[in-house]
Design a protein around this ligand. Structure first.
Ligand SMILES: [Zn+2]
Length: 323
């Protein structure tokens, strides 16, 4: 793997006991989401199961109207495909939560890395305590071969998720929004979710693995009790959150779980990530795809696909929070 960031050290070999059916079952279970009426009403999931799309060119996706584009709110226009962030036309982070099924719920979105981390190598290389060990504050993240940075991808997906979740009534906070020169450090990223007393936290990433390695995976916290880290109380709910996200991600994006990690389940457990180890609230990471694979890169660089990714993750969160 070309990716050497501290939060994405080559994960320990682990064979999951779960089979591919897990995700398929989760997709079925979560398929009948209540309270996501906008998408159901507008046929937003018409293209669910279009697994072939993952194999097609990116031009296949943009021609499909995004669910949000056809929603009454119309917050995402077809121009989303141009790759521009929808942030400017979405509610701000400080906007009052709308009435909706998630009213009173707090969701923290953690866009992995930071677009200007590379200009602050001394700061991000500072060691921080993650309970089990010390590691770098943060990393630059990976990029596609054409130079689309993971840190831009994570912010774009986070903005799209924020709009979707605020529309459901949730209070949404981002750990960073291009509003600081670097970081936050991985320990602070965890503490932001803790301080917000978040009901769910999702850290957004894209992987930097070898060409041919494809698909998404959700990273769950393993049981850790060392130093400041004690994940024992969040392992269970985090798994529930991760399973809902994986199932909905498959259903909405039509893309398959990772073919290189997780044994086909789309789920991986790790105990070396500070962002998970130090969390006291349900939290998972998602690697939405592999930026170093050309076919995955075609998806990750598509605004239409990112909208689906944001929708899949968000619907997983909604499903988890509604129980
Ligand atoms: Zn990352």
């Amino acid at each position: 793997m070309s990716y050497t960031g501290p939060d994405f050290d080559p994960p320990p070999e682990r064979r999951s006991r779960r089979g591919p059916l897990t995700v398929a079952l989760a997709a079925l279970v979560c398929g009948g989401l209540l309270g996501w009426g906008v998408y159901a009403a507008t046929g937003g999931t018409d293209d669910k199961g279009a697994g072939a799309k993952a194999e097609g060119s990116p031009s296949a996706a943009p021609r499909t109207p995004s669910p949000a584009a056809s929603s009454p709110a119309g917050s995402a226009s077809p121009s989303a495909e141009d790759g521009t962030s929808p942030a400017a036309r979405t509610p701000s982070a400080s906007a009052p939560a709308a009435a909706g099924p998630l009213k009173g719920k707090v969701v923290v979105i953690d866009p992995g890395h930071n677009p200007t981390n590379a200009e602050h190598t001394a700061e991000i290389n500072r060691q921080v305590d993650v309970g089990t060990h010390r590691k770098e504050c943060d990393t630059t993240g990976t990029s596609t071969d054409d130079g689309y940075a993971e840190a831009e991808f994570t912010l774009d997906v986070a903005h799209r998720m924020r709009a979707l979740l605020q529309r459901q009534g949730a209070t949404v906070k981002l750990t960073q929004d291009r509003d600081r020169p670097f970081g936050p450090c991985v320990d602070e990223r965890a503490r932001i979710g803790n301080a917000a007393k978040a009901d769910a936290v999702v850290s957004i990433h894209a992987d930097g693995s070898g060409a041919g390695n494809r698909g998404f995976h959700v990273i769950l916290p393993g049981p850790v009790n060392a130093g400041e880290a004690d994940t024992r109380a969040i392992v269970g709910p985090s798994r529930a959150l991760g399973e809902r996200i994986a199932g909905n991600f498959v259903r909405v994006t039509g893309t398959a779980p990772s073919n290189y990690i997780g044994g086909g389940t789309g789920l991986v457990t790790r105990k070396d990530l500070g962002g998970l180890n130090l969390s006291t609230v349900p939290k998972v990471f998602i690697e939405c795809g592999n930026m170093r694979d050309s076919k995955d890169a075609a998806l990750l660089t598509s605004g239409a696909w990112r909208q689906k990714a944001a929708q899949g993750i968000s619907e997983g969160i909604v499903s988890f929070l509604r129980g």
